[in-house]
Design a protein around this ligand. Structure first.
Ligand SMILES: Cc1cc2nc3c(=O)[nH]c(=O)nc-3n(C[C@H](O)[C@H](O)[C@H](O)COP(=O)(O)OP(=O)(O)OC[C@H]3O[C@@H](n4cnc5c(N)ncnc54)[C@H](O)[C@@H]3O)c2cc1C
Ligand code: SF4
Ligand code: SF4
Length: 401
Protein backbone atom coordinates (compact mmCIF):
# COMPACT_ATOMS: atom_id res chain seq x y z
CA UNK A 1 0.00 0.00 0.00
CA UNK A 2 1.37 3.45 -0.98
CA UNK A 3 0.88 6.60 1.08
CA UNK A 4 1.85 9.78 -0.59
CA UNK A 5 1.20 13.44 -1.20
CA UNK A 6 0.27 13.47 -4.88
CA UNK A 7 1.08 16.45 -7.08
CA UNK A 8 -1.93 17.36 -9.24
CA UNK A 9 -3.13 20.09 -11.62
CA UNK A 10 -6.52 21.72 -11.11
CA UNK A 11 -8.32 21.36 -14.48
CA UNK A 12 -10.80 24.10 -13.58
CA UNK A 13 -8.06 26.70 -13.11
CA UNK A 14 -5.43 25.54 -15.65
CA UNK A 15 -5.36 27.65 -18.83
CA UNK A 16 -3.40 25.01 -20.82
CA UNK A 17 -0.48 27.36 -21.47
CA UNK A 18 2.20 24.61 -21.42
CA UNK A 19 4.54 26.63 -19.16
CA UNK A 20 4.79 23.82 -16.60
CA UNK A 21 5.71 21.22 -19.20
CA UNK A 22 8.41 23.56 -20.58
CA UNK A 23 9.88 24.07 -17.10
CA UNK A 24 9.79 20.47 -15.87
CA UNK A 25 13.25 18.87 -15.99
CA UNK A 26 11.88 15.31 -15.87
CA UNK A 27 10.78 14.09 -19.27
CA UNK A 28 7.18 12.91 -19.14
CA UNK A 29 6.48 14.02 -15.56
CA UNK A 30 3.97 16.50 -16.98
CA UNK A 31 1.98 15.62 -20.07
CA UNK A 32 -1.23 16.74 -21.72
CA UNK A 33 -3.91 15.86 -24.23
CA UNK A 34 -6.62 18.07 -25.72
CA UNK A 35 -8.47 18.02 -22.40
CA UNK A 36 -6.08 18.31 -19.47
CA UNK A 37 -2.54 18.82 -18.22
CA UNK A 38 -1.59 16.04 -15.78
CA UNK A 39 1.32 15.01 -13.54
CA UNK A 40 2.70 11.48 -13.66
CA UNK A 41 3.07 10.38 -10.00
CA UNK A 42 5.64 7.76 -10.94
CA UNK A 43 7.96 10.34 -12.49
CA UNK A 44 7.47 13.59 -10.55
CA UNK A 45 10.47 14.21 -8.29
CA UNK A 46 8.97 17.14 -6.33
CA UNK A 47 11.66 19.52 -7.60
CA UNK A 48 9.05 22.34 -7.72
CA UNK A 49 10.48 23.89 -10.89
CA UNK A 50 6.97 24.06 -12.30
CA UNK A 51 5.34 25.89 -9.38
CA UNK A 52 6.58 29.49 -9.71
CA UNK A 53 6.18 29.87 -13.50
CA UNK A 54 2.55 28.63 -13.54
CA UNK A 55 0.53 31.85 -14.08
CA UNK A 56 -2.65 30.56 -12.44
CA UNK A 57 -1.44 28.44 -9.52
CA UNK A 58 -3.34 25.47 -11.00
CA UNK A 59 -0.22 23.33 -10.60
CA UNK A 60 0.20 23.94 -6.89
CA UNK A 61 -2.24 21.25 -5.78
CA UNK A 62 -1.56 18.30 -3.52
CA UNK A 63 -3.68 15.42 -2.30
CA UNK A 64 -3.04 12.79 0.35
CA UNK A 65 -3.62 9.43 -1.32
CA UNK A 66 -3.20 5.74 -0.67
CA UNK A 67 -2.82 4.97 -4.35
CA UNK A 68 -1.90 7.77 -6.74
CA UNK A 69 -4.49 8.82 -9.29
CA UNK A 70 -3.52 7.44 -12.71
CA UNK A 71 -2.99 9.59 -15.79
CA UNK A 72 -6.16 8.12 -17.29
CA UNK A 73 -8.18 9.21 -14.26
CA UNK A 74 -6.68 12.70 -14.33
CA UNK A 75 -7.44 13.14 -18.02
CA UNK A 76 -11.14 12.56 -17.30
CA UNK A 77 -11.40 15.18 -14.55
CA UNK A 78 -13.35 18.41 -14.93
CA UNK A 79 -12.41 19.29 -11.35
CA UNK A 80 -10.03 18.01 -8.68
CA UNK A 81 -11.29 15.34 -6.29
CA UNK A 82 -11.94 16.55 -2.75
CA UNK A 83 -9.03 16.59 -0.35
CA UNK A 84 -8.72 13.49 1.83
CA UNK A 85 -7.64 13.99 5.43
CA UNK A 86 -4.94 11.63 6.68
CA UNK A 87 -7.20 10.65 9.55
CA UNK A 88 -9.69 9.24 7.01
CA UNK A 89 -7.05 7.11 5.35
CA UNK A 90 -7.20 3.59 6.68
CA UNK A 91 -3.91 2.31 8.04
CA UNK A 92 -2.25 5.75 8.05
CA UNK A 93 -0.04 6.51 10.98
CA UNK A 94 1.01 9.89 12.30
CA UNK A 95 4.59 9.02 11.44
CA UNK A 96 3.69 8.48 7.77
CA UNK A 97 1.78 11.74 7.66
CA UNK A 98 4.70 13.58 9.24
CA UNK A 99 7.13 12.03 6.75
CA UNK A 100 5.01 12.99 3.72
CA UNK A 101 4.63 16.58 4.97
CA UNK A 102 8.36 16.90 5.58
CA UNK A 103 9.24 15.76 2.07
CA UNK A 104 6.91 18.42 0.67
CA UNK A 105 8.15 21.16 3.00
CA UNK A 106 11.78 20.52 2.08
CA UNK A 107 10.87 20.48 -1.61
CA UNK A 108 8.97 23.78 -1.28
CA UNK A 109 11.85 25.42 0.58
CA UNK A 110 14.38 24.55 -2.09
CA UNK A 111 12.04 25.31 -4.94
CA UNK A 112 12.97 28.90 -5.62
CA UNK A 113 9.28 29.83 -5.43
CA UNK A 114 9.44 33.63 -5.21
CA UNK A 115 7.40 34.99 -2.29
CA UNK A 116 5.18 38.07 -2.51
CA UNK A 117 6.66 41.39 -1.28
CA UNK A 118 6.69 41.34 2.53
CA UNK A 119 4.25 44.26 2.84
CA UNK A 120 1.81 43.16 0.11
CA UNK A 121 -1.80 42.66 1.14
CA UNK A 122 -3.11 39.09 1.17
CA UNK A 123 -4.67 38.28 -2.21
CA UNK A 124 -7.82 36.29 -2.81
CA UNK A 125 -7.49 33.72 -5.58
CA UNK A 126 -9.62 31.24 -7.53
CA UNK A 127 -12.97 32.57 -6.36
CA UNK A 128 -14.55 31.91 -9.76
CA UNK A 129 -13.77 28.96 -12.04
CA UNK A 130 -14.60 27.81 -15.56
CA UNK A 131 -17.39 25.65 -14.14
CA UNK A 132 -18.73 28.56 -12.11
CA UNK A 133 -17.59 31.85 -13.67
CA UNK A 134 -18.40 35.40 -12.62
CA UNK A 135 -20.46 37.32 -15.17
CA UNK A 136 -19.18 40.81 -15.76
CA UNK A 137 -20.86 43.52 -17.82
CA UNK A 138 -18.77 45.69 -20.15
CA UNK A 139 -18.96 49.29 -18.92
CA UNK A 140 -16.57 50.70 -21.53
CA UNK A 141 -14.12 49.75 -24.29
CA UNK A 142 -11.71 52.46 -25.47
CA UNK A 143 -8.81 52.30 -27.88
CA UNK A 144 -5.66 53.59 -26.15
CA UNK A 145 -3.25 53.53 -29.07
CA UNK A 146 -3.59 55.98 -31.94
CA UNK A 147 -6.25 55.03 -34.53
CA UNK A 148 -4.76 53.79 -37.77
CA UNK A 149 -1.63 52.32 -36.17
CA UNK A 150 -0.93 48.58 -36.33
CA UNK A 151 -1.27 48.11 -32.58
CA UNK A 152 -4.90 48.06 -31.45
CA UNK A 153 -4.83 48.09 -27.64
CA UNK A 154 -8.03 48.56 -25.64
CA UNK A 155 -8.84 49.76 -22.15
CA UNK A 156 -11.81 47.60 -21.21
CA UNK A 157 -13.88 48.25 -18.09
CA UNK A 158 -15.81 45.36 -16.54
CA UNK A 159 -18.50 45.76 -13.90
CA UNK A 160 -19.14 42.87 -11.51
CA UNK A 161 -22.44 44.15 -10.07
CA UNK A 162 -23.13 42.37 -6.79
CA UNK A 163 -20.59 39.57 -7.37
CA UNK A 164 -17.48 39.54 -5.22
CA UNK A 165 -14.29 39.95 -7.27
CA UNK A 166 -11.65 41.49 -4.97
CA UNK A 167 -8.27 42.20 -6.63
CA UNK A 168 -4.86 43.59 -5.78
CA UNK A 169 -2.49 45.43 -8.11
CA UNK A 170 -0.46 42.81 -10.02
CA UNK A 171 -3.18 40.14 -10.15
CA UNK A 172 -4.82 38.86 -13.32
CA UNK A 173 -8.13 37.28 -14.29
CA UNK A 174 -9.26 34.70 -16.81
CA UNK A 175 -11.59 35.32 -19.76
CA UNK A 176 -13.64 32.43 -21.15
CA UNK A 177 -14.11 33.03 -24.89
CA UNK A 178 -17.66 32.03 -25.88
CA UNK A 179 -18.27 28.94 -28.00
CA UNK A 180 -16.42 25.66 -28.31
CA UNK A 181 -13.24 24.45 -29.98
CA UNK A 182 -12.90 21.97 -32.85
CA UNK A 183 -13.49 19.09 -30.41
CA UNK A 184 -16.70 20.59 -29.05
CA UNK A 185 -15.01 21.54 -25.75
CA UNK A 186 -15.23 25.01 -24.19
CA UNK A 187 -12.29 27.21 -25.23
CA UNK A 188 -9.34 27.44 -22.85
CA UNK A 189 -9.31 30.45 -20.56
CA UNK A 190 -6.94 33.38 -21.45
CA UNK A 191 -5.33 35.46 -18.73
CA UNK A 192 -5.32 39.29 -18.60
CA UNK A 193 -3.59 41.48 -16.03
CA UNK A 194 -5.82 43.87 -14.13
CA UNK A 195 -4.87 47.47 -14.90
CA UNK A 196 -6.93 49.27 -12.26
CA UNK A 197 -6.14 49.54 -8.54
CA UNK A 198 -7.83 47.56 -5.79
CA UNK A 199 -10.59 50.12 -5.19
CA UNK A 200 -11.81 49.83 -8.77
CA UNK A 201 -11.38 51.61 -12.09
CA UNK A 202 -13.97 54.01 -10.76
CA UNK A 203 -13.14 54.30 -7.06
CA UNK A 204 -15.46 52.30 -4.84
CA UNK A 205 -17.46 50.84 -7.70
CA UNK A 206 -17.31 47.07 -8.16
CA UNK A 207 -15.45 47.36 -11.45
CA UNK A 208 -11.96 46.93 -12.87
CA UNK A 209 -10.09 47.50 -16.10
CA UNK A 210 -8.02 45.39 -18.48
CA UNK A 211 -5.52 46.39 -21.17
CA UNK A 212 -5.98 44.06 -24.12
CA UNK A 213 -4.04 43.95 -27.37
CA UNK A 214 -5.77 42.61 -30.45
CA UNK A 215 -3.69 39.75 -31.86
CA UNK A 216 -4.47 40.53 -35.46
CA UNK A 217 -4.58 38.11 -38.33
CA UNK A 218 -1.12 37.34 -39.62
CA UNK A 219 0.75 39.18 -36.91
CA UNK A 220 2.28 36.21 -35.11
CA UNK A 221 0.95 33.11 -36.82
CA UNK A 222 -0.18 33.83 -40.35
CA UNK A 223 -2.89 31.21 -40.21
CA UNK A 224 -4.97 32.54 -37.35
CA UNK A 225 -5.94 35.62 -35.42
CA UNK A 226 -6.18 35.69 -31.63
CA UNK A 227 -9.47 34.25 -30.43
CA UNK A 228 -9.87 35.86 -27.00
CA UNK A 229 -8.14 39.15 -27.76
CA UNK A 230 -10.37 39.82 -30.78
CA UNK A 231 -13.44 38.81 -28.79
CA UNK A 232 -12.42 41.22 -26.03
CA UNK A 233 -11.43 44.11 -28.32
CA UNK A 234 -14.79 43.87 -30.14
CA UNK A 235 -16.91 43.90 -26.95
CA UNK A 236 -19.62 46.54 -26.76
CA UNK A 237 -20.92 48.36 -23.71
CA UNK A 238 -23.53 46.16 -22.01
CA UNK A 239 -22.09 42.83 -23.26
CA UNK A 240 -21.64 40.03 -20.71
CA UNK A 241 -18.26 38.32 -20.26
CA UNK A 242 -17.52 35.13 -18.31
CA UNK A 243 -14.61 35.61 -15.94
CA UNK A 244 -12.49 33.29 -13.76
CA UNK A 245 -9.99 34.11 -11.03
CA UNK A 246 -8.64 36.30 -9.58
CA UNK A 247 -5.16 34.79 -10.08
CA UNK A 248 -1.69 35.59 -8.80
CA UNK A 249 -0.32 35.54 -5.28
CA UNK A 250 3.26 36.77 -5.70
CA UNK A 251 3.49 39.47 -8.42
CA UNK A 252 1.95 41.98 -6.01
CA UNK A 253 2.50 45.60 -5.10
CA UNK A 254 4.28 46.33 -1.80
CA UNK A 255 1.94 48.36 0.44
CA UNK A 256 4.78 50.18 2.17
CA UNK A 257 4.90 53.84 1.07
CA UNK A 258 8.69 53.79 1.57
CA UNK A 259 9.10 50.97 -0.99
CA UNK A 260 10.76 51.94 -4.27
CA UNK A 261 8.93 50.32 -7.18
CA UNK A 262 10.87 49.89 -10.43
CA UNK A 263 8.61 48.74 -13.27
CA UNK A 264 10.02 47.46 -16.58
CA UNK A 265 7.61 46.63 -19.39
CA UNK A 266 6.71 46.45 -23.04
CA UNK A 267 3.26 46.78 -24.65
CA UNK A 268 0.37 45.46 -22.56
CA UNK A 269 2.92 44.54 -19.87
CA UNK A 270 2.13 48.03 -18.61
CA UNK A 271 -1.26 46.82 -17.29
CA UNK A 272 -0.18 45.86 -13.73
CA UNK A 273 1.98 48.98 -13.58
CA UNK A 274 -0.92 51.25 -14.42
CA UNK A 275 -2.69 49.64 -11.45
CA UNK A 276 0.30 50.23 -9.13
CA UNK A 277 0.86 53.82 -10.30
CA UNK A 278 -2.82 54.65 -10.02
CA UNK A 279 -2.88 53.19 -6.50
CA UNK A 280 -0.03 55.50 -5.48
CA UNK A 281 -1.64 58.47 -7.27
CA UNK A 282 -4.91 57.96 -5.40
CA UNK A 283 -3.13 57.58 -2.07
CA UNK A 284 -1.22 60.82 -2.67
CA UNK A 285 2.54 61.09 -2.40
CA UNK A 286 2.82 59.99 1.21
CA UNK A 287 6.14 58.19 1.52
CA UNK A 288 9.74 58.27 0.42
CA UNK A 289 9.25 55.41 -2.06
CA UNK A 290 10.14 56.19 -5.66
CA UNK A 291 7.99 54.92 -8.53
CA UNK A 292 9.98 54.41 -11.72
CA UNK A 293 8.74 53.14 -15.09
CA UNK A 294 10.72 51.92 -18.11
CA UNK A 295 8.18 51.36 -20.89
CA UNK A 296 9.00 50.20 -24.41
CA UNK A 297 6.82 50.34 -27.54
CA UNK A 298 7.38 50.77 -31.24
CA UNK A 299 6.42 54.45 -31.19
CA UNK A 300 4.54 56.98 -29.06
CA UNK A 301 1.40 56.41 -31.14
CA UNK A 302 1.55 52.67 -30.33
CA UNK A 303 2.34 53.12 -26.64
CA UNK A 304 -0.75 52.29 -24.56
CA UNK A 305 -1.84 55.15 -22.25
CA UNK A 306 0.60 57.61 -23.87
CA UNK A 307 -1.75 60.59 -23.28
CA UNK A 308 -2.57 59.83 -19.62
CA UNK A 309 1.12 59.14 -18.86
CA UNK A 310 2.02 62.65 -20.06
CA UNK A 311 -0.27 64.11 -17.40
CA UNK A 312 1.46 62.44 -14.43
CA UNK A 313 3.91 64.52 -12.44
CA UNK A 314 7.58 63.55 -12.32
CA UNK A 315 7.25 63.53 -8.54
CA UNK A 316 4.71 60.69 -8.73
CA UNK A 317 6.27 58.75 -11.61
CA UNK A 318 9.81 58.87 -12.95
CA UNK A 319 9.10 57.62 -16.49
CA UNK A 320 11.32 56.52 -19.34
CA UNK A 321 9.34 55.90 -22.53
CA UNK A 322 11.43 54.06 -25.10
CA UNK A 323 10.71 53.60 -28.82
CA UNK A 324 12.10 50.92 -31.08
CA UNK A 325 10.75 52.14 -34.43
CA UNK A 326 11.09 55.88 -34.74
CA UNK A 327 13.11 56.83 -37.76
CA UNK A 328 16.52 55.52 -38.71
CA UNK A 329 19.22 55.34 -36.07
CA UNK A 330 16.97 55.98 -33.08
CA UNK A 331 16.01 52.39 -32.32
CA UNK A 332 16.04 51.90 -28.58
CA UNK A 333 14.82 49.20 -26.20
CA UNK A 334 14.08 49.15 -22.47
CA UNK A 335 17.43 47.48 -21.74
CA UNK A 336 19.29 50.31 -23.56
CA UNK A 337 17.53 53.02 -21.55
CA UNK A 338 18.30 51.15 -18.32
CA UNK A 339 22.00 51.65 -19.08
CA UNK A 340 21.44 55.40 -19.43
CA UNK A 341 19.97 55.42 -15.90
CA UNK A 342 22.69 53.09 -14.61
CA UNK A 343 23.72 55.10 -11.55
CA UNK A 344 20.09 55.51 -10.37
CA UNK A 345 19.41 51.81 -10.87
CA UNK A 346 22.66 50.82 -9.13
CA UNK A 347 21.60 52.88 -6.12
CA UNK A 348 18.18 51.25 -6.11
CA UNK A 349 19.67 47.75 -6.45
CA UNK A 350 21.57 48.34 -3.22
CA UNK A 351 18.55 49.71 -1.35
CA UNK A 352 16.65 47.16 0.76
CA UNK A 353 13.41 49.03 0.09
CA UNK A 354 13.58 48.45 -3.69
CA UNK A 355 11.26 46.14 -5.62
CA UNK A 356 11.72 45.28 -9.31
CA UNK A 357 8.94 44.10 -11.60
CA UNK A 358 9.27 42.95 -15.24
CA UNK A 359 6.16 42.41 -17.40
CA UNK A 360 5.57 42.05 -21.11
CA UNK A 361 6.58 39.93 -24.05
CA UNK A 362 8.30 36.61 -23.42
CA UNK A 363 12.04 37.00 -23.78
CA UNK A 364 12.28 40.59 -22.53
CA UNK A 365 13.71 39.39 -19.21
CA UNK A 366 16.97 38.37 -20.94
CA UNK A 367 17.69 41.92 -22.09
CA UNK A 368 16.67 43.36 -18.72
CA UNK A 369 18.87 40.91 -16.80
CA UNK A 370 21.84 41.59 -19.08
CA UNK A 371 21.50 45.30 -18.36
CA UNK A 372 21.29 44.71 -14.60
CA UNK A 373 24.41 42.58 -14.90
CA UNK A 374 26.26 45.29 -16.80
CA UNK A 375 25.15 48.02 -14.37
CA UNK A 376 26.42 45.89 -11.47
CA UNK A 377 29.75 45.27 -13.21
CA UNK A 378 30.22 49.02 -13.72
CA UNK A 379 29.43 49.70 -10.06
CA UNK A 380 31.45 46.91 -8.48
CA UNK A 381 28.38 44.96 -7.48
CA UNK A 382 27.59 41.26 -7.89
CA UNK A 383 24.35 40.85 -9.88
CA UNK A 384 24.07 37.09 -9.24
CA UNK A 385 24.21 37.67 -5.49
CA UNK A 386 21.83 40.64 -5.61
CA UNK A 387 19.42 38.70 -7.83
CA UNK A 388 19.36 35.75 -5.41
CA UNK A 389 18.63 38.09 -2.48
CA UNK A 390 15.94 39.99 -4.38
CA UNK A 391 14.20 36.73 -5.36
CA UNK A 392 14.42 35.25 -1.86
CA UNK A 393 12.95 38.44 -0.35
CA UNK A 394 10.14 38.69 -2.91
CA UNK A 395 11.56 41.90 -4.39
CA UNK A 396 12.12 40.73 -8.00
CA UNK A 397 9.17 39.53 -10.05
CA UNK A 398 8.91 38.55 -13.71
CA UNK A 399 5.66 37.97 -15.61
CA UNK A 400 6.05 37.51 -19.34
CA UNK A 401 3.72 35.92 -21.91
C1 LIG B 1 -0.17 36.12 -16.68
C2 LIG B 1 -0.62 36.62 -18.03
C3 LIG B 1 -1.07 37.92 -18.15
C4 LIG B 1 -1.47 38.41 -19.40
N1 LIG B 1 -1.89 39.72 -19.48
C5 LIG B 1 -2.25 40.22 -20.67
C6 LIG B 1 -2.69 41.58 -20.78
O1 LIG B 1 -2.75 42.32 -19.78
N2 LIG B 1 -3.05 42.03 -22.01
C7 LIG B 1 -3.00 41.23 -23.13
O2 LIG B 1 -3.35 41.71 -24.22
N3 LIG B 1 -2.60 39.93 -23.05
C8 LIG B 1 -2.24 39.41 -21.85
N4 LIG B 1 -1.85 38.09 -21.77
C9 LIG B 1 -1.88 37.26 -23.00
C10 LIG B 1 -3.30 36.70 -23.19
O3 LIG B 1 -3.58 35.77 -22.17
C11 LIG B 1 -3.48 35.97 -24.51
O4 LIG B 1 -2.46 35.01 -24.65
C12 LIG B 1 -3.47 36.88 -25.72
O5 LIG B 1 -4.50 37.84 -25.63
C13 LIG B 1 -3.67 36.06 -27.01
O6 LIG B 1 -4.83 35.30 -26.86
P1 LIG B 1 -5.80 35.02 -28.10
O7 LIG B 1 -6.86 34.10 -27.64
O8 LIG B 1 -6.21 36.30 -28.72
O9 LIG B 1 -4.81 34.31 -29.09
P2 LIG B 1 -4.82 32.73 -29.40
O10 LIG B 1 -6.08 32.40 -30.10
O11 LIG B 1 -4.48 32.01 -28.15
O12 LIG B 1 -3.61 32.66 -30.36
C14 LIG B 1 -3.73 33.07 -31.72
C15 LIG B 1 -2.39 33.37 -32.30
O13 LIG B 1 -1.83 34.51 -31.67
C16 LIG B 1 -0.50 34.22 -31.25
N5 LIG B 1 -0.20 35.01 -30.06
C17 LIG B 1 -0.57 34.74 -28.81
N6 LIG B 1 -0.13 35.71 -27.98
C18 LIG B 1 0.55 36.61 -28.72
C19 LIG B 1 1.22 37.83 -28.46
N7 LIG B 1 1.30 38.32 -27.21
N8 LIG B 1 1.78 38.51 -29.49
C20 LIG B 1 1.69 38.05 -30.75
N9 LIG B 1 1.05 36.90 -31.06
C21 LIG B 1 0.50 36.17 -30.08
C22 LIG B 1 -0.48 32.75 -31.02
O14 LIG B 1 0.81 32.20 -31.15
C23 LIG B 1 -1.41 32.25 -32.10
O15 LIG B 1 -0.74 32.05 -33.31
C24 LIG B 1 -1.44 37.57 -20.54
C25 LIG B 1 -1.00 36.26 -20.41
C26 LIG B 1 -0.59 35.78 -19.18
C27 LIG B 1 -0.11 34.35 -19.08
S1 SF4 C 1 7.61 19.11 -9.26
FE1 SF4 C 1 9.37 19.00 -10.69
S2 SF4 C 1 9.30 16.92 -11.49
FE2 SF4 C 1 7.31 17.31 -10.56
S3 SF4 C 1 6.03 18.02 -12.24
FE3 SF4 C 1 6.89 19.84 -11.25
S4 SF4 C 1 8.75 20.32 -12.40
FE4 SF4 C 1 8.17 18.22 -12.94
S1 SF4 D 1 -1.89 27.05 -16.14
FE1 SF4 D 1 -0.25 26.18 -14.88
S2 SF4 D 1 -0.78 24.01 -14.76
FE2 SF4 D 1 -1.92 24.82 -16.48
S3 SF4 D 1 -0.62 24.45 -18.28
FE3 SF4 D 1 -0.18 26.57 -17.54
S4 SF4 D 1 1.60 26.27 -16.18
FE4 SF4 D 1 0.65 24.21 -16.47
Amino acid sequence: MVFMRQHLIDPEVCIRCNTCEENCPIEGAIEHNDDNYVVNAALCEYCMNCIAPCPTGAINNWRNVRQPYSLEQQYLWDELPASIEWADTEGTTEALEEEANQILDVAHQGSGVVPAPATAARPQINLWSQGSPAKAIVAGNYRITEAGTESDVRHIILDFGSQSFPVLEGQSLGVIPPGVDDNGKPHAVRLYSISSPRDGERPNYNNLSLTVKRIAYGEHDETKKGLASNYMCDLQKGDEVEITGPFGSTFLMPNDAAAHIVMLCTGTGVAPFRAMTERRRRMGIVGSGKTMLFFGARSASELPYFGPLQKLSGELLDQELVYSRVGAGTKEYVQDRMLKRASDLAELLEDEDSHFFVCGLKGMETGVENSFKQICLEHNMDWDKIRTTLLAEGRYHIETY
